[in-house]
Write a new protein. Sequence first.
Length: 397
Amino acid sequence: MIDFAATKSLFHLPEGIIYLDGNSLGPLPKKAAARAASVISDEWGDMLICGWNEAKWMEQPARVGDKIARLIGAVPGTVVMGDTLSIKVYQALASALELRPDRKVVMSDSGNFPTDLYMADGLIKSLGRGHVLKTPSPEQVEGLIDEDLAVLMLTHVDYRTGRMHDMQRITQKAHDAGALVIWDLAHSAGAVPVDLSGCKADFAVGCTYKYLNGGPGSPAFIYVRPDHVQHVRPALSGWLGHAAPFAFDPDYVPAPDISRMRVGTPPVIQMSVLETALEAWDGVTMTDIRARSVDLCEQFIAGVEARCPMLTLASPRDAAQRGSQVSFRFDQGYAVMQALIDRGLIGDFRAPDIIRFGFTPLYIDQDDVTAAIGILADVMAQRTWDCARFQKRQAVT
């Protein structure tokens, strides 16, 4: 059994704060600041450019990728780090479309995170080859998979509601129709068990600043199924994806492995923070994480529904269909969340009416959930949210 009290002690959690927003930005691992300072002073400062060899900066994207691979059911050597999630979405989709040149349909769903849809739309317009992007409701996706489909691009766990697609079943159905599948694991990696190898997913992408606690702007990852790698053209042909970057060949020759999905120079300081953050996962299994997550979410749902009848559950009631977050609907949801934050309970708001709470067992326990229910119940009963200062929208919600 995992000692969750021990994992909680690894994080800096401000006094008086209940942090239920790790599904948006994880808290600071206590070792992260020291690691960043060491990279700046001891590596960049003392080693200067020699740090690429002496501190193994060049190998870091693959080394960190292997650490994440363990958490998403991928084998070593199939995940590499770098760039942003938007860029990795673009790379994966461009590569997948080239593998299905005779098909023109890309399908996602209407609940997907907007940037995935923006990148798909932009890519399709740039290609100018007659591709179309379809976005049915999440519930309609499986029924619309057919032999016209080139690529199915889905976010595994819905960012608003936490609704979770059945990765195994949907991937198999898409493959049966001859399509490829891209999974966005932004709300899955470190939150729910994922088995990319077992379900034969073609591509996967994800960010690392949520459940993996890499810090704001920490680099994204991309996974390519091993039997696809040598057939995949990276689309963004950056020099670090070259087979021999320091040969300075004027012609691009992709690396023979997952490294071909690298683009530019890795963010060494930020990636070092992420590498340190991932130490919290040593000895932790996703099975244990999932069991504790379900318990915490069930406790929260039961408590809120008993004490806040004016809130409507937006997340699936069945835990098997839900990720590691719980969302409720309320027409003044933004103001409610501001009032909660003012009371030291941090979640977040997603338009138009969702208040969202993330449950991250590495540092959230039953006492936190009990306290959160009490604060939310008091804010709703007292109508604390109905105050002008809580109505003013900030840039980040």
